[in-house]
Design a protein around this ligand. Structure first.
Ligand SMILES: Cc1ncc(COP(=O)(O)O)c(C=O)c1O
Length: 473
């Protein structure tokens, strides 16, 4: 198609490069080209456009083609046409301004550190693209027509059935599809349970572990929920310190971030407390499938499905980008959570829900978790070996589980080690980032190493850089 300079400066004030390309014939191409010139600011507001005849001649198109293009842009509001003053660029059109950030000015975080050992994400390069696509394709092909309408806030029954079977088999959760509500992950579950600025199903004060995810504490604070920190020891959260709180949030399978499981006696004790106080346990089962030294510890929910709300998501097993999770609820909370969700599913894509259902039922989820378990176990073993060789004074604490490990550091050294690591291009957090501001527990110095985060080929270099930043013996 034509690619011309309209070069009659006296007519439109400036040379205008119009590229008549793309689909739909010359009129459509000219309309597009002019619209783009106005939108980008190359044709400034008020600029007078050439008469039909001259532009048609310049571009080698019919006069009517230009007339039609102008008329369409007038109708859209890009141009104005007035008798006597010709066709002009409309005064109110705002040119598209380039984004403030130019490629040279991308902040360091956006570009990413050289060695990313921040906890929180699975190895992105291992996302099971082919198997997920196969499930998605089957889900879309087999979906009945009603799937493409507004979704049920409880979530698709296919997914709730698949989860009922999977969670019973893999996590020891006792439930039925009617007690599962699909959500977009743990963060969403917190919002649904505690509301945003009040009005949730549960009320505070809420006991939490003295070390935990500050992001979740922030969500609770926004909802107006006071959190009361429980100290931790070698057996996990000190549940004997529970008092008049209405509920307790725990990570029983693998304390986040310090890394120990809750001792069996404390598991029983916290359920007894909930029964005696008519209180609730909120179980965050964020990485329960990933245990390397033994079979995973079953969910606390199995001890008392009427006292424990069990929450899980695919954020560690597949990807946090999917935004898919589940709440397994005592019967008396189902209605309230559904009311909090609203009349229609507004969070979790129904097609993704069906894909996950297929992914679970066809065995792809189990296969992927098994594969990732092996991969993360190898990574943790490499970390332990590297430390034994290069920094024997630094101990890996917690059980062999999950996607991160905590390295214990000599008291008072955490800040300087995190800084030394950053200087070597290693991004990670110290334990202080996870400490509840109100806890009276003695601070622990340590590094939280997300060994799952780098891709396979980048892990060795990340470990070398980390070892180089650790304090000498
Ligand atoms: C302690 C903890 N709980 C839960 C989650 C999962 O959060 P979500 O399901 O909202 O992605 C994470 C992060 O992945 C986490 O670190």
């Amino acid at each position: 198609m034509a690619d011309s300079w309209v070069n009659s400066a006296e007519r439109i004030g400036a040379d205008l490069h119009l590229e008549l390309s793309g689909q739909g014939g010359r009129r459509a191409a000219l309309t597009r080209a002019l619209r783009e010139a106005v939108r980008s600011g190359r044709l400034a507001p008020g600029t007078r456009l050439p008469p039909y005849r001259s532009l048609a001649a310049d571009l080698g198109v019919a006069r009517n083609t230009v007339a039609d293009a102008y008329a369409e842009l007038v109708a859209e509001g890009w141009l104005t046409a007035r008798q006597g003053s010709g066709t002009r660029v409309a005064a109110r059109t705002e040119p598209l301004r380039p984004a403030a950030r130019t490629p040279d000015k991308v902040p360091p975080r956006a570009r990413g550190p050289r060695h990313d050992l921040r906890q929180g994400t699975p190895d992105a390069s291992a996302f099971p693209r082919t198997a997920w696509l196969a499930s998605y394709r089957r889900a879309v092909q087999q979906a009945p027509g009603e799937v493409f309408g507004p979704g049920d806030p409880a979530g698709r029954i296919e997914l709730r059935e698949a989860l009922t079977e999977y969670l019973a088999r893999a996590r020891g959760v006792r439930t039925e599809p009617e007690r599962i509500v699909i959500c977009s992950g743990f963060a969403h579950a917190v919002r649904l349970l505690f509301g945003q600025g009040g009005g949730g199903v549960l009320r505070g004060p809420l006991a939490v572990e003295a070390y935990g995810l500050d992001f979740h504490r922030g969500l609770l604070a926004t909802a107006g929920v006071r959190t009361v920190p429980l100290p931790l020891d070698e057996h996990g959260a000190r549940v004997d310190r529970l008092g008049r709180e209405r509920a307790v949030l725990l990570t029983p399978a693998h304390q986040f971030p310090t890394g120990g499981p809750l001792h069996p006696e404390r598991r029983a004790a916290v359920v007894d407390w909930a029964r005696a106080r008519d209180a609730l346990v909120l179980e965050d089962d964020y990485d329960g499938e990933f245990r390397y030294d033994r079979r995973p510890v079953g969910a606390l929910q199995g001890l008392d499905p009427e006292r424990v709300i069990h929450v899980g998501s695919v954020s560690k097993s597949l990807s946090p980008a999917l935004r898919l999770g589940w709440m397994v609820l005592p019967e008396r909370y189902v209605e309230g959570v559904l009311a909090a969700k609203g009349e229609r599913e507004g969070w979790a894509s129904v097609l993704d829900q069906l894909s996950l259902a297929d992914f679970l039922v066809c065995g792809a989820y189990d296969r992927h978790v098994r594969r990732m378990r092996q991969r993360y176990r190898r990574r943790r073993d490499r970390l332990v070996r590297a430390l034994a060789a290069h920094a024997p004074q630094v101990e890996v604490t917690g059980v062999a589980a999950g996607l991160h490990a905590v390295l214990r550091l000599p008291p008072g050294t955490e800040r300087s080690v995190v800084k030394a690591a950053a200087w070597r291009g290693v991004a990670l957090d110290g334990l202080a980032a996870f400490r509840h501001p109100d806890t009276d527990m003695a601070p622990r110095d340590g590094l939280v190493v997300g060994y799952a985060t780098p891709s396979e080929h980048a892990y060795g270099a990340a470990l070398d850089a980390l070892c180089g930043a650790l304090p000498p013996e």
